[in-house]
Design a protein around this ligand. Structure first.
Ligand code: ADP
Length: 602
């Protein structure tokens, strides 16, 4: 993707500008104003010095002073106003950028979301941005620097022309030519050296960034509140690894700073040389009588700013070039394609919930994995049925659900709903027919009502009824703010902490609230105590109603009430039938599992 030294920067700039089209014009206005306003003071001080030098009367001098003061006040007020507007615009820009990045993440195909390479790319972008400041932030700041320098050059050039007109009135002097040649030479050298050092510094920082990525990975593994960390003293292992990486990292950073320091010395010397030459040229012309003493201040100011700005323009361009690689990384994320076929077939809204699903010889391998997680799965799911999926850990139960919900597409075979491959349906509409409580479900740190309804508003009567049905009634009665009670303390000090079992009940209520034709529960009672579990089973039929239910568990006793049990073993369905039918086959997996577990519940 590395074609063109600035291609990624241009693309990133266009995208960034799109986040708030007002931002760059506003900043330009602000920068132009900030750049021009010092000229007012330069100009006024020149007038005052000249007036003093020429011994003009006090009134004239006082008028000049008053104009300077009032002018300065007006400038400050305008500056403050522009600042405020630009700050708000910046806030909107950053916010929209974050939202877009988040939206990209949310729109990724699920397999991409889980893909370790893509996760690393995401972290690299975040670390480039927030730790090193590279990427779009750096681009933004260099563009602003360019704007600033360009405005300064244009403005200084106008005033410089005025100076040249006056210089032209005095006879040629060899010294001024020599000084001018010196000035131009040091300016060119500053620019060339600046470009070289920007490129080198960016390359060092990229290396540091990559090294830090590894270090931060360890830092993430280290959770200072983690109970395991304390009991097993994991911090010792982690901090030893961390120490080693830290040492390497420190070495890298020290080297980089050392090199940066050496790169900066010649640049600084040259920039001072430029400054001195410009002073000397102006003083020389003043002594030759080209202009008044007061103008020395003015012209030194203009010339200094002009030379600084010219080298700034070139520096910003080389910084942008060096930063291009970080923009490439940034855009690489937005360029990740979604390969999952997106169908457009509408999912009928059926009041009879008649959605029949069939797995037809479905096999599946996780991306990047050689092993099949599912093999030749054939299964019919009929409306209103209660299906239990049982099997040992790692036998493919959760994978089966992930395929059913189209988080992944089968590697071989097809899944069909009402005669059409599920790939043909509109993805969002297809997902709407499922309510799932995953094993690793997450609740949000927002009010209970929002959690249950999965939305901004909720139906109080329905939410409360469901919470009672799943056995959360007693705990709910203790909540003073009812459905308004915030969960967890992330955003609210009054938030309540819920136990694993309570959270699972809320997740169950959320699944029921969605009222989708399919309800899928993956080990839904794992965190519940035996009484709560028994309560859920007793009410299961009533809770599920006319929905098609899939119930996953490795505890066989909890599946007896289902119409049909599918037994998974090493990715295959080895048996299907009712509890009684399956138990009759003494050579079957179900018989073996049942008797292995029976000692716990007989
Ligand atoms: P179960 O739900 O029955 O415990 P899973 O469906 O979670 O089993 O896992 C089935 C197989 O797929 C296991 O061998 C597991 O290691 C593998 N597996 C699960 N998730 C992934 C994944 N994201 N990437 C690669 N392999 C996976």
């Amino acid at each position: 993707m590395r074609n063109g030294k600035m291609q990624a920067t241009w693309r990133a700039l266009k995208q960034y500008h799109g986040y708030n089209k007002k931002y760059f014009p506003l900043r330009f206005l602000q920068i132009a104003f900030e750049a021009i306003s010092p000229y007012f003071n330069l100009w006024m001080s020149a007038e005052i010095v000249t007036a003093l030098y020429e011994g003009r009367d006090k009134r004239a001098i006082l008028t000049l002073v008053v104009i300077t003061l009032v002018g300065n006040f007006a400038v400050r007020v305008l500056e403050a106003l522009l600042n405020r507007t630009a700050l708000t615009a910046n806030h909107i820009l950053k916010n929209n950028e974050n939202l877009d990045f988040y939206a990209k993440t949310m729109s990724l195909d699920y397999d991409k979301l889980e893909n370790p390479e893509i996760r690393t790319l995401r972290r690299r972008i975040q670390e480039n941005t927030y730790i090193n400041g590279y990427g779009v932030f750096w681009m933004k700041w260099q563009i602003e620097r360019l704007m600033n320098a360009a405005v300064n050059v244009v403005f200084a050039a106008i005033l410089f022309a005025e100076m040249l007109a006056q210089v032209a009135t005095v006879p040629f002097h060899w010294m001024s030519t020599a000084l001018l040649v010196g000035l131009i030479a040091s300016l060119v050298l500053t620019i060339l050296l600046g470009a070289r050092s920007a490129k080198k510094i960016a390359a060092y920082n990229d290396e540091i960034g990559k090294a830090m990525l590894k270090e931060n990975q360890y830092a993430q593994g280290y959770n200072p509140n983690g109970m395991d960390n304390r009991i097993y003293r994991q911090q010792e292992i982690l901090s030893r690894l961390d120490e080693k990486l830290n040492r390497e990292h420190l070495q890298l950073i020290t080297q980089a700073y050392h090199k940066q320091f050496h790169l900066h010395i010649p640049c600084e010397i040259l920039s001072k040389l430029t400054e001195v030459s410009s002073y000397l040229i102006i003083c020389l012309y003043c002594s030759l009588g080209a202009f008044a003493v007061g103008s020395v201040i003015k012209y030194v100011g203009y010339l200094g700013r002009a030379t600084q700005s010219i080298s700034s323009i070139f520096q910003a361009i080389s910084e942008l070039r060096a930063n291009n690689r970080f923009c490439e990384t940034y855009l690489e994320y937005f360029d990740i394609p979604n390969d999952m076929y997106q169908g457009s077939l509408a999912v009928e809204k059926r009041s009879d919930k008649r959605f029949d699903i069939a797995f037809k010889d479905v096999s599946f391998r996780y991306p990047g994995s050689e092993q099949y997680a599912l093999r030749h799965v054939n299964l019919d799911l009929n409306v209103g049925e209660r299906l239990a999926v049982v099997g040992m850990n790692g036998s493919g139960k959760t994978t089966f659900i992930k395929l059913l919900c189209r988080l992944y597409d089968p590697t071989e075979g097809e899944i069909v709903m009402n005669d059409f491959n599920i790939r043909k349906y509109d993805y969002r509409q297809y997902l709407d027919i499922f309510s799932v409580v995953f094993q690793d479900y997450k609740l949000l740190a927002v009010p209970l009502g929002n959690n249950v309804a999965s939305g901004a508003n909720w139906d109080t009567e329905k939410a409360e009824r469901l919470l009672r049905e799943v056995g959360f009634g007693e705990r709910y009665a203790e909540m003073p703010k009812g459905l308004e009670t915030p969960l967890y303390k992330n955003f609210d000090e009054d938030g309540v902490l819920v136990s694993g079992g309570e959270a699972q009940k809320i997740a169950l209520a959320r699944a029921l609230y969605k009222d989708a034709p399919f309800i899928i529960l993956d080990e839904p009672t794992a965190a519940l105590d035996p009484l709560a579990e028994a309560e859920i089973y007793a009410k299961f039929d009533a809770i599920v109603g006319d929905k098609t239910a899939i119930y996953i568990s490795h505890r066989l006793s909890s599946c007896r009430f289902c119409d049909k049990i599918a037994v998974f073993d090493e990715g295959e369905i080895v048996q299907i039938g009712s509890h009684e039918e399956l138990l009759r086959d003494e050579s079957g997996k179900y018989y073996e599992l049942w008797h292995a577990q029976a000692q716990y519940y007989t």
